[in-house]
Design a protein around this ligand. Sequence first.
Ligand code: GTP
Length: 325
Amino acid sequence: MNDAADEGASAAEGPGDDPDAMRAADLPAQRCGVIAIVGKPNVGKSTLLNALVGEKISITSRKAQTTRHRITGIRTRAQTQFIFVDTPGFQTRHAGALNKSLNKTVLGAIGDVDLILFAVEAGNFTLADARVLSLLKPEIPALLVANKLDLVQRRADLAPWLKGMQERHPFAEFVPMSAKNKGDVERLFGICAKYLPEQAWWYAEDELTDRSERFLAGETVREKLFRFTGDELPYSSTVLVDKFEEQASRQYRRLVKIAASIVVERDSHKMMVIGEKGERLKRIGTEARQELEKRMDAKVFLELWVKVRSGWADDAARVRAFGYE
Ligand SMILES: Nc1nc2c(ncn2[C@@H]2O[C@H](COP(=O)(O)OP(=O)(O)OP(=O)(O)O)[C@@H](O)[C@H]2O)c(=O)[nH]1
């Protein structure tokens, strides 16, 4: 991101004597800034990010703590480039190395941004929300995104709740909304834009993420893994992409061969992932492959393995080796 930022800075230099630059200076100024989406697990942060970016960038599932990485989603609209970072649901319940790493990612993500979207479930505020809120610095503007508004039965009850929220933190604005409602998401763009500084864009207009296809492959398998195992499988299970190779092909315009390992902590979890006669693993593989083919516009061969590595989520060195900062 630094390189991109440097480019942006040079593009924003003054017009000088260059006639082309003079013309550029007549245009409305570009805006560009970073927006962090924070909140406790399962409040809908990834759903919101995907809706804002207009594509599925971050995986979602009903299982809390699905998001493990800081993910950048980019959306450029009219003169404004919005750079979103999604963060893992901050949590303090488990103390293992994986969780320490996740919490560090959240703290890193909110220190240096232009705007924070603090997401909660509308009408709810628990100790877990309070813990995340305590991390926000008053000098960075924060919007209270009261998400899942569609689940609120009596809207009238929301007013006193919002008033209480204002006492907890000096929020710049309240945004009661549903991440699943297009109109609400549209309105959020307009609200966010005014908090972003006037500066040249950091990314090309059509860029959607700075994450690689290899990363996307791992995340897609992980999403299907959690979808098809539900609450049975501990969230410490992870996916490693062992091979990601684009190969020349006469038959297909693009051909990508991917091999990935699903890493679990116990033999019993391995059986759970594989399922009876291998049915579940097959389903995970098929769904992941189909989705990747669509998103990468390529023919994909996907090979999945299940490996047992007991205690990896409590082992700091392994957590790093598995790609978590
Ligand atoms: N009814 C309703 N459900 C929503 C809304 N937004 C998200 N959800 C659901 O809430 C669940 C959690 O959404 P995620 O986007 O994965 O939540 P998250 O905050 O990113 O979760 P972590 O990755 O655990 O931090 C999913 O089942 C979503 O479909 C909403 O506006 N209304």
